[in-house]
Design a protein around this ligand. Sequence first.
Ligand SMILES: [Zn+2]
Length: 492
Amino acid sequence: MPIHSKGRLGYRMLASGLLVASLGPIPGRSQAHAVLFDGARLIIGDARPPIERGAFVVQHGHITAIGPQGSVKAPPGAIHVDLTGKTVMPTLNNVHVHVGYEGYVSWGVENHTPENVQDHLEREAFYGVGTAMTMGDQPIDFAIRFQRAQRAAAFPPAARFFFAAGMAPPGGGPDALLIQGTTPLHAVSEVSTPEEAVAAVRNFAARRVGEVKFWVDNRDNTRGGRKKMPPEVYTALIAEAHRHGMIVHAHATNLQDQKGVVKAGVDVLVHTVVNEPIDDEMMALLREKKPYWAPVMGLADRSELCDDANPFIEQVLPDRVIADIRAGKTWLPSSPCSAPPNAQAVQREANLQYNFPKYIAAGARIVLGTDAGVSAKYSYGFAEHHEIGMYVRLGMTPAEAIIVSTSRPTEVLRIQDTGTLAKGKRADFLVLSANPLENIRNTREIDSVYLGGARLDREALQAKFKRAVVDRDVTHARRKRDYVPHPASPTK
Ligand SMILES: [Zn+2]
């Protein structure tokens, strides 16, 4: 495959080029000597109350001591950073994104390079996201290589990359846009029978992939009447994945499919039923199984860019992209800001207001996810802050919304080194100029972001993000010419 070899080449170039850069005294390297961060309100990230005036020591990228101001002793020679009046919270962790294909002025498989994945992870980090898990949309070899290289510090600081392998019925799976990226890269394993699902899981397990996502998919009618993944297939898939200690995420958007996958024991339920109220049977299933739940709701919302100036989002997008979003010229079709609110949107909001608290009350363990990567209007980093705002709007307290966006996703990611401000954890944290416990919108008041104890150079990143590099209309015309929608899936 020419695309694969191009990807490998790009990857080598990136790895070697950056290795040289990282030898210099660039900002963002964690320091060997200790730093005392003093005087801030510390939001721990779990059920514990905040420390109103706290202090913590960071050394070798980790928190080595934390407590009320005055109780924490810094080692001799430690640098002091006065954070009086600030609030510190752990970085966010996102269990549901789609990296690699977004180009802002273009979208597609030709954008899928290590450089672009790195760019997306840098955008996440810019907004205070420490880890991001991409969902069933990467070629496995690419994902394994990228993750290995990132762990070897081959790339500049960014959100840590995690991935789930993808599985779907033939021709099904990703939406009409995402599938244009995943199909040419063979990123999704297509399975029709329980035996094929089991074989695919064993293949993932042999490569030490720890997470799998499958799409039940209710979009098959637009794809030549192909079938959804039937319960006997996903039941076998989940059982086999659990035999190998894997975590399974299920994309299911309607009530019947959600009941099916929860009944079958899925670990992470993805999406929220928005077209009807959930019923007692669904509530009983959630109560019994207590799945993690990534509601990923905000993608369908009107863009925040429709409401006056929004520097929080505008700061990372080229002006042309902002104009495109407002005009509804996004790759995944969306309404322009000028469109009046429709009856469907009103009904959706009413169902969200009804359903969201019911999922939570029944015991669904909500975790942060955004679905960023299919539309510039709801993209890496700022989508998290919108999604967290929705949790609070739909009934959670800010403290709860922070827990489900910081520590709890680490249970799904199966990492223990981040997610709370605690001794022994990586120093992954956000310094905020205002208190999000008072108003959740204050998670946006980002003063600085630290990953592994190193301050992120947000100014340099922002300057890079603001640059537009491709002519959107030229790209669009080329893609229209070259692309055949929904090509037939290769049979194995
Ligand atoms: Zn998704």
